[in-house]
Design a protein around this ligand. Structure first.
Ligand SMILES: [Cu+2]
Length: 334
């Protein structure tokens, strides 16, 4: 066990904040144990095969060294055969245990039968961001957001994944294994974070030009904080208070923005791009590409192509006054 981590790091050279071998929830825990077991099963199998080959080779070499090389030597042959059979038997045992471990892992990451589902979140992969919808029976309590998934810590949360254009893959290494999101197909799995914290993730299936800039974050909160966050997201966006924010809202409605974005409680209702109703509460913009600061927002809305070339949002020419007002408005969306 002690050497597993250093060895894997050496082989994979993939240390970082998002680490498969640092599970922070039971789903990722089961998968990480399976990864470690796979490593050892493959290593032991390799060793046994090499030992069997060495036994055969040594029997051959011994025979060749004798004067009567062509004569049959049943004792030597039997000893080599015994070693090969032993190695084969050991490999078979290792692989059977491996199948057992794999089945056990499969059932460890299945939703426990009969357990109620307190929270269902629908995640849709899009080029190149994540639409996040909290599913409820009551449409007035539905929350729509993007790229940042809030969950209560210590609770098993059902994720229903899909995609609207090409295949994406949902991957939060410290919470769960990769899950392909496929257009027209619903993938169902779960995550649970043992402790509050932010867990980084990434699209893990090449999905076009900006695949590398398709990150996401899971923010696990103490249940009471999560409920407060949820109620905050339910409220429609704060109406603009200052003259500048009002002007910014007008710019938002009159320019192209409202064609692609939704701000609940206003005329902007499109779902082509991320919902912006509570944009200012999110830590990042553009699927984890930039932190959500005024400078980054300014750069993003005037020239998104310089941040994510090929992105499905056009550049917008704005006068300095319009731009500042629009930024005031966007930053007021709490
Ligand atoms: Cu993707």
């Amino acid at each position: 066990m002690r050497w597993t981590l250093p060895l894997l790091l050496l082989l994979g050279a993939c240390a970082g904040p998002r680490h498969v071998l640092e599970p922070r929830g039971p789903n990722a825990g089961a998968i990480s144990r399976m990864a470690i077991y796979s490593f050892w099963a493959a290593g032991v199998t390799f060793l046994l095969v090499i030992l069997a080959l060495v036994a055969v080779w040594r029997a051959g070499a011994r025979r060749a060294a004798r004067a009567d090389a062509d004569a049959i030597d049943p004792a030597a042959d039997a000893s080599a055969t015994r070693r090969v059979v032993l190695a084969l038997a050991a490999v078979t045992v290792v692989l059977f245990v491996y199948v057992g471990a794999s089945v056990a892992t499969g059932s460890a990451i299945a939703w426990p039968r009969g357990e109620p589902e307190p929270l269902v979140i629908e995640v849709t992969g899009k080029q190149w961001w994540w639409q996040v919808r909290y599913v409820t029976r009551d449409p007035s309590r539905e929350v729509l957001t993007a790229n940042e998934i809030h969950i209560p810590a210590g609770v098993r949360v059902r994720i229903v994944g899909s995609a609207s254009d090409v295949i994406h893959s949902f991957w939060i290494p410290s919470l769960a294994g990769k899950q392909d999101l496929i257009p027209g197909y619903r993938t169902s799995f779960w995550i649970r974070a043992d402790r509050p914290g932010a867990y980084g993730g990434q699209c893990a299936e090449f999905c076009g030009h900006q695949h590398a800039h398709m990150g996401l974050r899971v923010v696990a909160q103490p249940p009471a904080d999560f409920r407060a966050w949820y109620e905050g997201q339910l409220a429609s966006g704060a109406p603009p208070r200052t003259a500048s924010e009002r002007h910014g809202q007008a710019v938002f409605q009159q320019r192209t923005c409202a064609m692609c974005h939704r701000v609940a409680g206003t005329e902007a209702g499109s779902r082509v791009g991320p919902d912006l109703t509570h944009l200012a509460t999110r830590g990042h913009i553009a699927a984890g590409t930039l932190t959500n600061t005024r400078e980054h927002l300014a750069r993003w809305i005037t020239d998104p192509q310089s941040v994510k070339p090929g992105v499905r949002m056009p550049a917008t020419q704005l006068s300095a006054a319009d731009r500042d007002a629009l930024l005031d408005y966007l930053q007021s969306l709490r």
